[in-house]
Design a protein around this ligand. Structure first.
Ligand SMILES: C[S@@+](CC[C@H](N)C(=O)[O-])C[C@H]1O[C@@H](n2cnc3c(N)ncnc32)[C@H](O)[C@@H]1O
Length: 243
């Protein structure tokens, strides 16, 4: 067996794209389904990474805008979605219009926030881009189950490091494995109450919460606990469709 290649995501953004093709696939499928069911057309993929979710949304016919603070990843996302005229890139947050999108997705983005202030500011920026009544979709690794091994990822808490659920903003290491590659990154823990309260403070109301099963076919599949939590909310204002 070959040696495992370890890629440190925090210092090598491009590694993210090469290693995790399979991870998040199931939860992305759920997100696309929810967005289509709600009749959203214009979608901002806020923290798009290397553009996998955007590619699915583009294929599904949505008009997708991509944004990420990591320029290297934006380039990868642009390349990936080049075949879709309905996917465009917004390099600068200030150039993205406010009150504009039917839907804004934050897929595993808030967990990257190194402080609660950044967490809240990122959420507020995302909500500001939504039309009144627009749909906010947030995917997070499930804060309650950081000590579990999942098919997509595991945190160092799964190797015995004590996990204090109440230690808000605590940095922790996560690893994703794909074949002979391992991607390691630092994430930050925020409890479910912090997440929900921040959504409410951003001027949105929670409309639906899902805790999808770990459905990925892998020897690490966890049949007992959900790897992710998916929260849907509506920005305050008039809503065209019902939830
Ligand atoms: C774990 S990746 C997820 C990528 C993608 N959303 C997905 O579901 O595949 C997290 C991404 O969020 C981006 N990110 C983190 N904080 C951000 C912020 N405040 N504004 C924009 N992007 C951010 C990172 O650069 C990274 O690309």
């Amino acid at each position: 067996m070959g040696e495992q290649k370890v890629i440190e995501w925090d210092s090598d953004g491009s590694g993210y794209g090469s290693c995790d093709e399979d991870s998040l696939a199931e939860v992305h499928r759920i997100v696309v389904r929810q967005i289509l069911q709600k009749g959203c057309h214009s979608v901002l993929d806020f923290g798009c990474g290397h553009g996998r979710l955007a590619e699915h949304l583009g294929k599904a016919g949505c008009s997708v805008s991509l944004y990420d603070i990591n320029e290297e990843l934006v380039s990868l996302a642009k390349e990936r979605c080049a075949a879709h005229d309905n996917v465009s890139v917004d390099a600068d947050l200030s150039e993205i219009p406010d009150d504009h999108f039917d839907c804004v997705v934050l897929s595993v983005v808030l967990v990257c926030s190194s402080t609660k202030e950044i967490f809240e500011d990122t959420l507020k920026s995302a909500v500001s881009k939504l039309k009144p009544g627009g749909l906010l979709v947030i995917v997070e690794t499930h804060p309650a189950f950081r000590g579990e091994v999942f098919s997509d990822f595991q945190a160092t808490y799964a190797s015995g490091e004590p996990f204090d659920y109440h230690d808000e903003g605590r940095a922790f290491q996560v690893s994703l494995k794909a074949g002979d590659e391992e991607l390691r990154m630092t994430d930050y823990h925020y409890s479910i109450s912090t997440l929900l309260n921040a959504i409410v403070s951003s001027g949105s109301r929670v409309t639906h919460v899902m805790e999808p099963r770990d459905l990925h076919e892998s020897r690490h599949r966890n049949a007992m606990k959900p790897p992710y939590i998916v929260i849907e909310a509506r920005k305050d204002g008039s809503v065209d469709s019902t939830d």
